[in-house]
Design a protein around this ligand. Structure first.
Ligand code: TXA
Ligand code: MG
Length: 316
């Protein structure tokens, strides 16, 4: 039996499977089975108030998932799917409260990974899939990360190699007709604005209500204390005698002699940085350091999304 057939069989039996996507590995279950969905919350130790994303393989499936879909949503779907964009829409009546955490809206996307698309085409139900890590851990971008984070609760992993985009999808909603970003990912705000030909708002900014419940500030945390800075040298000097790890954005001219470090993108490319961020955070987290210092990127395009994840990792 091929790995995809094995994954399909397990999912049909109501079991969980870790699936590769272009963003991060997902912990997948049959979206139409409450029993299977419950296993996700238990395995991740995820609060039942945090809703899940429904994964489909074709835009034609959208009416099974959502209703009153705005034209803007179709415009974005046609442009960005398959890809790292999730849309929050009014839910169709048969979508379970367990999936949406009781909300009247549902999150949906088509992931861009050939193995998972092939798997979805073999099934007659969509898959819900949060990131395949324990709640509040760093999201997995390689099969080993799934094993390390879920331990003996890790299910069968459909090995699709390294996740090329590296951070979770951008989430957009259309409340009161205004496109609003609830989570930044590698579909940049600027790209959405260009395709829609109108401004896109930022949700979840300080002082606003938390719309995506998973977007509380503390999230995506390594175990090692973690801090962000625009000036690495200055930050290093604040911690004499400590075992430091540094996560540089670009190539440092003179890295400090005693620090262990990783470089997200020697060329200074934000997309490459996103793709390597969690892997390098996982690596530095394993080194028994006193502190990890991460260098912030210029706050534009995907750089803003990488900064978002670094800043969340740094929050107490
Ligand atoms: O890239 C991704 O989106 C990955 C891969 C596996 O597809 N999935 C992922 O799922 O990051 P998760 O569960 O780790 O994050 C889903 C986020 C949470 O912040 C959740 O609160 C939000 O989506 N969300 C889900 N349904 C929502 C809804 N109806 N309204 C607002 N936010 C929602
Ligand atoms: Mg997650």
């Amino acid at each position: 039996m091929s790995d995809i057939e094995k994954a399909a069989t397990l999912l049909k039996q109501g079991e969980l499977v870790a699936i590769p996507t272009e963003t991060v590995y997902g912990l997948a279950a049959n979206a139409f089975s409450n029993e299977a969905v419950a296993k996700i919350f238990e395995t991740k130790n995820r609060p039942s108030t945090n809703p899940l994303i429904v994964h489909i393989h074709s835009i034609d499936q959208l009416p099974e998932i959502a209703r009153n879909i705005p034209d803007m949503a179709y415009t974005l779907a046609e442009h960005f799917w398959p890809g790292p964009l999730t849309m929050v829409l009014e839910k169709a009546p048969h979508i379970s409260d367990k999936v949406t955490a009781g909300k009247t809206t549902v999150a949906v996307r088509i992931p861009d990974h050939e193995l998972t698309l092939e798997l979805l085409r073999k099934l007659d139900f969509p898959l819900v899939a949060p990131s395949a890590n324990r709640s509040n851990h760093i999201s997995p971008t390689r099969p080993e990360h799934v094993k390390n984070s879920l331990g003996d609760k890790a299910p069968f992993i459909l090995d699709g190699g390294h996740c090329t985009r590296g951070i979770e999808s951008t989430i957009v909603g259309f409340e009161r007709g205004t496109p609003t970003i609830y989570r930044l990912g590698t579909t940049a705000r600027e790209e959405l604005e260009k395709v829609l030909g109108r401004p896109v708002e930022m949700g979840n900014t300080p002082g606003k209500v938390v719309v995506a419940p998973g977007m509380f500030k503390k999230h995506y945390s390594p175990r090692t204390p973690f801090t962000v800075t625009t000036n690495v040298q200055e930050e290093v000097e604040k911690h004499p005698g400590k075992k430091l790890g540094i996560l540089y954005f670009g190539d440092p001219d003179t890295p400090p002699a005693h620090a262990l470090y990783r470089i997200l993108s020697p060329e200074g490319d934000a997309r490459e940085a996103a793709s390597k961020l969690y892997g390098m955070m996982h690596e530095l987290d394993e080194l028994g350091l006193d502190l990890i210092i991460a260098q912030l990127l210029p706050e534009e395009g995907v750089g803003a999304s990488v900064n978002d994840r670094m800043t969340r990792a740094a929050s107490k």
